[in-house]
Design a protein around this ligand. Sequence first.
Ligand SMILES: NC(=O)c1ccc[n+]([C@@H]2O[C@H](COP(=O)([O-])OP(=O)(O)OC[C@H]3O[C@@H](n4cnc5c(N)ncnc54)[C@H](O)[C@@H]3O)[C@@H](O)[C@H]2O)c1
Ligand SMILES: [Zn+2]
Length: 266
Amino acid sequence: MKVIKLLEKKKIFRAAEMLFKAKDAIVLTGAGVSTESGIPDFRGDGGIWEKYKPEIYGNIQAFIKNPAKFWELAEKVAPTLFKAKPNAGHIALAELEKMDIIKAIITQNIDELHQKAGAVIVYEVHGNINRFTCLGCKASYTKEQVLKKLKKEKNYPPLCDVCTAPLKPSVTLFGEALPTFEIYQSQALSQKADVMLIAGSSLEVAPVSNLPLYTLREGGKLIIVNDQPTYLDEKAEVVIHHKTGTVLPLIVEEVKKLKARKDSKN
Ligand SMILES: NC(=O)c1ccc[n+]([C@@H]2O[C@H](COP(=O)([O-])OP(=O)(O)OC[C@H]3O[C@@H](n4cnc5c(N)ncnc54)[C@H](O)[C@@H]3O)[C@@H](O)[C@H]2O)c1
Ligand SMILES: [Zn+2]
């Protein structure tokens, strides 16, 4: 706990206690949990939006107009995404799931690092980079199939074998609807949650940024771990402005101590 101030320590104890006592705790994560794995976020310092404007690259209308341009960026970003490894924050959250302290992780990330860290119950509300969908007939393709096509066709965008429309990664772009099952499930889980731990999200992208409101409305409590303030800081029970890769493992350490204490009494 060397790098963490005394005040932060108290907050970490409090967060651990809340999670330990909760019956239906869940986690909501954003791009911030993956920056320590080398994947830049959108709104933190040095976010990729400084280099690649969302209105050109991350928007469905722009994709439809010029899919080749999107694929040129995808080619630059994909290697970082594919080779990234989970960091201490992802591992800590997977441990909370294994200990049955949390019921699920809702993530805005498309990098699969929660699953790579061992988490199983993960709802990807903005999709996933390992699948691709045809814009025309909605046929679905795996990453391997698309890589094979790109190698063979040597042309952007890769085209659907069935209808020849462009293929798009199954990630939600600005202006697109969110995956129905994942968002409904996330709303239901948020409503039921007595504690929601929010980690590494600016809470600026709707509708995901509204999920904590479902929790608050039903009397649930929020824990926020983010290195910058969010619009919900004043409504949260615990706010820790620090790195998720440092704080989340410390919370897990405290949860383990609480668990050991309880087990020794039984
Ligand atoms: N890894 C990924 O999959 C990835 C990467 C970039 C963007 N996105 C997409 O970004 C969109 C934006 O929403 P968002 O809220 O997820 O991201 P965001 O970029 O809006 O916010 C990230 C927040 O995390 C904070 N942060 C960065 N590194 C941190 C760290 N190590 N510890 C604590 N806080 C840290 C930043 O200050 C910022 O407030 C989402 O739609 C998501 O799909 C995903
Ligand atoms: Zn098609």
